[in-house]
Design a protein around this ligand. Sequence first.
Ligand SMILES: [Zn+2]
Length: 125
Amino acid sequence: MALLNAKTLRDVRKCVEKYCANYAGGVCILHESPCDYYGKYGHSVSCDYFEQAVLPNEPLLQKAYEEAHGIINAEKEAVKYNVGKCAKCGEAFIKRSNRAKYCGACHAVKQREHNRNYMRKKRSS
Ligand SMILES: [Zn+2]
């Protein structure tokens, strides 16, 4: 299955030549074999070293590459942030603390209710 289109693969190869420390004249020093991206399946291989150490040098290419490989950013974000479900409206939201139960909008409403109750109690006592 081809993942990268011809242009992206061409750019990947350029990126390998330019930045990959293991690339020497078409051969990967690390794997002691021809660089995977130059092989027959270059458009669908996945080299860990390339993805982690070489690709970040070219942010635009990295984006195209990750999209083609189905490495979706939303997935990464979900891991990075703690995504919770609002206890009031059920909307997904990013938790800023582990105790957060409500989304931004509901939190504001709750806060207002809380303040109102507090003021009422204060006045009646
Ligand atoms: Zn909510």
